[in-house]
Design a binder for this molecule. Sequence first.
Ligand code: IDP
Ligand code: MG
Length: 152
Amino acid sequence: MAIERTLILCKPDAVARGLVGEIVARFERRGYVIVAMKLVVCDKARAERHYTEHKGKPFYDGLVSYITCAPSVALVVEGAGAVEGCRGTIGATDPIKAAAGSIRGDHAQTIGRNLVHGSDSPDSAKREIPIWFEPHEMLGRRHDLEQWIIST
Ligand code: IDP
Ligand code: MG
């Protein structure tokens, strides 16, 4: 299984509800490692870049207003199959359909306030990570070092 990186956002509702620790802990407990993390107020230009695939959809303007209204916590998470694995930990887009035990299934009610973003494919991750992080803000590959630290 390839070691991948994925972009995770604890969106403004997660920060406002004090759920950042809970959310980050889910990824950590699964064994993924954090290679970048920061609190950031997303501006309109970044929001439009990040959500470009949704431009023109009925919820797009509300989505951009919401993601820019208050701070988010952005992370890059690394691990084996991290893109798909993190999507599983996050749960389905609509919290009503999200499995119990997933972040959205346990903590969210509505699709417009679903707490977390996670890249949906390795290509999406490669596109999204540079929207949120400069190369110098990210650590180099950590997976091997983490394995050595915890297993020696
Ligand atoms: P994802 O976050 O699970 O990848 P996407 O389909 O990429 O879901 O949608 C991006 C975000 O847009 C969702 O997380 C959600 O916040 C919002 N969104 C998607 N569909 C709707 C909708 O029908 N109504 C309101 N907001 C929506
Ligand atoms: Mg998406």
